[in-house]
Ligand binder design. Structure first.
Ligand code: UDP
Length: 235
């Protein structure tokens, strides 16, 4: 396999599937299948899940809620998603641990870097919930930070688009996919891959990012097998 330890970032919105809100059972089971295939091939898998299908901190102020309070609400939303993923992965026969950036003993372990690495070495899938535990950050930044901390070989950003395009492929039919990008190029050309905090963390610590279509069956395993033409590699 091309990578030994991966950090898979899934957005909360991806879990909605075709719904307007919440978690689509078909989609979450499909993701579990994809993750299982990769795990069975011997790859160590850590997952960061977003919360945008339930709540985002930026929504807060519009409804008269304090921004920081809203961010904590967003972090709690990610824990709901993380618990759903944990349960679904277990239904598929996988061993998992959920680690949270905010302590909540009845539900999951606190994030402790050495323990996270040990879980991965023992073949458990580690899910990181509650972001990094601080407001004004995103789960993309969490993905970069945790990837660095656990020494993951790559951040895999699972989206519904097969990589970075010259323009929005959903709006512009002449848009073409870019197979490889440097971090500098991505910044210069203004490609919006992750927020800047997330992006520069990976750049400064030499962790490559692959943006790929998580909804296409076999893509995740294909990347592990080193297949060409899946997603965009930023390095
Ligand atoms: N959040 C935060 N700190 C973190 C991670 C997340 O405050 O370290 C909050 C923030 O309000 C964010 C929300 O949790 O909007 C949900 O995460 P995100 O928007 O990254 O989810 P995604 O877009 O991936 O679904």
């Amino acid at each position: 396999m091309k990578y030994k330890r991966i950090l898979l970032k899934l957005s909360g919105e991806a879990l909605m599937g075709n719904q307007q809100y919440g978690i689509d059972p078909v989609r979450i089971n499909q993701y579990a299948e994809e993750i299982k295939k990769v795990h069975e091939s011997g790859v160590e898998v850590a997952i960061v899940i977003g919360g945008g299908n339930i709540y985002r901190g930026v929504q807060a102020e519009a409804s008269g809620i304090d921004r920081v309070q809203g961010d904590y609400m967003g972090m709690l939303a990610t824990v709901i998603n993380a618990m759903a993923i944990q349960s679904t992965l277990e239904n598929h026969g996988l061993y998992t641990r959920l680690m949270s950036g905010i302590k909540m003993e009845a539900v999951c372990e606190p994030f402790i870097r050495r323990r996270a690495v040990r879980h991965l070495e023992k073949g458990r899938i580690v899910i990181f919930g509650a972001g990094i535990g601080n407001p004004y950050f995103t789960t993309d930044s969490t993905a970069s930070l945790r990837a660095i901390e656990i020494e993951a070989d790559v951040v895999l950003k699972g989206t519904r688009v097969d990589g970075v395009y010259t323009a929005d492929p959903e709006k512009d039919s002449s848009a073409t996919k870019i197979p490889n990008l440097s971090f500098e190029q991505a910044i210069r050309e203004g490609y919006n891959i992750m927020d800047m905090t997330a992006f520069t963390l990976c750049q400064e610590n030499n962790v490559p990012i692959i943006v790929f279509d998580m909804n296409a069956s076999g893509n995740l395993l294909g990347i592990m097998e080193g297949k060409e033409n899946i997603g965009t590699l930023i390095s």
